[in-house]
Design a protein around this ligand. Sequence first.
Ligand code: FES
Length: 107
Amino acid sequence: MPNITYRSADGEETPIDLKAGTSVMEGAVTNGLDGIVGECGGSLMCATCHVYVAANDVERLPPKSEVEEEMLESAAAEIRPTSRLSCQIKVTDELDGLVVEIPESQY
Ligand code: FES
């Protein structure tokens, strides 16, 4: 199973093995990880699943959709070039080793 590492704002890393097809948001929520809320359940309506993808991992992800781009603008934390909504990142075998950083706040 692909392994995704979640890094908290204070640098603590939590690696989790996730089934392919799961979203990075679902992986965090179902494993009780703090900091990724996923309020809308992954339907691009909330931006409480905001993460920063590690700079060297950005190229591994498909580009953001226009809707993701727009919804990101309502994220509570600072938006960076590496910002993504984690409900839109589907875990695949190719994403094994992906690192995402959780912002300090989602509200
Ligand atoms: Fe709401 Fe990702 S969970 S936009």
